[in-house]
Ligand binder design. Structure first.
Ligand code: FE2
Length: 149
């Protein structure tokens, strides 16, 4: 089993690589809010585990093995963040909390959440969603319009 810390590194390297094709120690350190020597130490470990490769001039790239894990974590992150946004958690908190729990869920739970988010967001004008928004803000339960006489 891959540790949450390793998953966070792989996810971060994946995100940084999308922009430039590689990640650098100082960019990883800034993104994860850790010191560059800690990043160097972890990157060596990731190299031994064959999750990353070092290119010339300090460029760090993911191996296919590392990329597979990173993509899965990124998918979970996006799904959880979407779910939290769906239940009207503010964006910044939704994103931070997604990153905290993305490592700990059973694949079945992730799959069901994915289905739920897809199903519930299919209709942008959902009456149910509008009523939930109102309830979140006011604490008042409203009856469904269609139910009213
Ligand atoms: Fe994340």
């Amino acid at each position: 089993m891959v540790s949450a810390e390793i998953e966070d590194y792989l996810e971060t390297i994946y995100d940084l690589s999308k922009k430039k094709g590689y990640a650098r120690t100082r960019d990883i350190a800034a993104a994860l809010k850790v010191k560059p020597p800690s990043v160097s130490q972890m990157v060596r470990k990731l190299g031994k585990l064959e999750y990353v490769k070092y290119e010339r001039y300090g460029a760090i790239t993911l191996t296919p093995k590392g990329k597979k894990i990173a993509k899965e974590i990124r998918k979970r992150h996006d799904l959880l963040s979407k779910f939290f946004r769906f239940i009207m958690v503010p964006l910044k908190i939704a994103d931070e909390d997604a990153c905290k729990i993305e490592h700990h869920l059973h694949p079945k739970t992730v799959n069901q959440l994915l289905k739920f988010v897809e199903f519930a967001t299919a209709d942008e004008n959902s009456e149910w969603l509008r009523r939930f928004g109102l309830y979140s803000k006011t604490g008042k339960m409203t009856k469904c319009r269609r139910m009213r006489g």
